[in-house]
Design a protein around this ligand. Structure first.
Ligand code: 13P
Length: 325
C-alpha cells in the first residue's frame, strides 16, 4: 500500500478518473451523439490510454468494472497500464439509493465489497474509490444522512485496506443548487469532519488513504462565479479545519466546472497552500476528458487529433497541480 500511495500523485502527477459507470458513459456519449455500446466504451478508453506521454502526468487511472474486463490487444486495460508505469484502480461503490424515503441519496455496495475486492486483487488493481454525493439546500444535508453515508464510506476504507488496496474516499459536494460559497465551505467542513471521525473510529490508516473531494464553490444556480483566489481561500480553509495531517494526499474532482475553471482553481489552490501537510493534486474526469471526447466523436480517424487534445490538457493540468500554470 505504501508504494502505491507514494506513486499515485508523485510530483507533477495526478489521477485520471475514467470510471464512469455504464449509465454515466451512456449519458456523456449521448450528449455528444456517440453510440453507446461496450465496444465504443472500449475504443474510447483505448483512445485515451494509448495517448503517447500520459505516463508523465498520470500516476493512476480509476476504472469501472466493465473496463477492467476489457482488452487492448492481448492485455487487459489494467495490465497495459502497469506496463506503462501507471497504477490501475477501481470504483467500487454501486451508485446511489434513496435514504429513508427522503430526496437524499446514499451510496450503496458495502455488503458485496469484500468478495468483489478478492477478484479485483487478482486482476492487479491496487487502489479503490468510493463516492458519496451530497446536495446542499436549505434543509439538506441532514445529520442522519451524513452519519450513515460517512459510516459506509469509512467501512469501505477499512475493508479496502484489509484487502491491501489504497482507498480513495470521495465525498462530492454537488455544484447543483443556489448556495453561497460560504455555505458550501461550512458543509464541506462538516462532511469532512464527520468522515474523519468515522475513519478514526475504525482505525483506518490515514497514511495509506487519499481524500478526493470538491472545491468550495458557489452553487451553479446562485448566479455567482467565484474567482480562483476566492475558491482557493475557501477550499483551503475548509480542508485545514477538517483533514488530519497524516492523510497521504488530497485530490480534487472537477464536478461540472469547465476544464479551464477546474484547472485554474487547482493552480490557485496549490499556489496558496503554504505549508499544508498533504500533497495536493487532481483526479478529474470531465475536466480532462470533455474536449477529447468531443474531438474523438466515436470515429477512428479522429483518434490522433483527440489524443493531442487530451495530452495538451493533461500537461496543463499537471502544471496547475504544481501551481505553475
Ligand atoms: P469529475 O471530475 O467529472 O467531477 O469526476 C470525478 C469523479 O471521479 C466523479 O466520481
Amino acid at each position: 500500500m505504501k508504494e502505491t500511495a507514494q506513486k499515485l500523485i508523485a510530483f507533477g502527477k495526478g489521477i485520471l478518473a475514467a470510471d464512469e459507470s455504464t449509465r454515466t458513459i451512456d449519458e456523456r456519449f449521448g450528449a455528444v451523439g456517440i453510440p453507446s455500446t461496450p465496444e465504443t466504451h472500449r475504443k474510447y478508453r483505448q483512445m485515451l490510454l494509448t495517448t503517447p506521454g500520459i505516463e508523465n502526468f498520470l500516476g493512476g487511472v480509476i476504472f469501472f468494472d466493465e473496463t477492467v474486463r476489457q482488452r487492448l490487444g492481448d492485455e487487459t486495460f489494467p495490465e497495459y497500464l502497469v506496463g506503462r508505469g501507471i497504477i490501475p484502480g477501481i470504483k467500487v461503490d454501486e451508485g446511489l439509493e434513496p435514504f429513508n424515503g427522503t430526496e437524499e441519496k446514499i451510496t450503496r455496495g458495502i455488503e458485496t465489497l469484500n468478495d468483489r475486492l478478492k477478484e479485483y486483487g487478482q486482476m492487479g488493481l491496487k487502489f479503490t474509490k468510493w463516492r458519496a454525493a451530497i446536495s446542499i439546500s436549505d434543509i439538506f444535508p441532514s445529520d442522519p444522512f451524513l452519519a450513515e453515508n460517512m459510516e459506509r464510506m469509512a467501512a469501505f476504507a477499512e475493508i479496502s485496506q484489509q484487502n491491501n488496496f489504497v482507498p480513495i474516499v470521495e465525498p462530492e459536494i454537488l455544484l447543483k443548487g443556489t448556495h453561497t460559497t460560504t455555505r458550501c465551505g461550512e458543509i464541506e467542513t462538516k462532511v469532512l469532519q464527520v468522515l474523519f471521525e468515522k475513519l478514526k473510529s475504525k482505525n483506518v490508516d490515514l497514511e495509506n488513504l487519499f481524500l478526493k473531494t470538491s472545491m468550495v464553490l458557489p452553487g451553479e444556480g446562485s448566479g455567482v462565479k467565484a474567482e480562483p483566489l476566492e475558491v482557493a481561500h475557501a477550499t483551503l480553509r475548509a480542508l485545514k479545519k477538517s483533514v488530519p495531517p497524516e492523510v497521504a494526499g488530497i485530490v480534487f474532482l472537477s464536478g461540472g466546472q469547465t476544464p479551464d475553471e477546474a484547472m485554474n482553481n487547482l493552480n490557485e489552490i496549490v499556489k496558496l497552500k503554504g505549508d499544508v501537510p498533504w500533497e495536493i493534486s487532481f483526479s478529474f474526469a470531465r475536466a480532462l476528458q470533455e474536449e477529447a471526447m468531443r474531438e474523438w466523436a466515436g470515429k477512428d480517424e479522429n483518434v490522433p487529433a483527440a489524443q493531442e487534445t487530451f495530452i495538451k490538457r493533461l500537461e496543463e493540468v499537471s502544471k496547475a497541480r504544481n501551481g505553475k500554470l
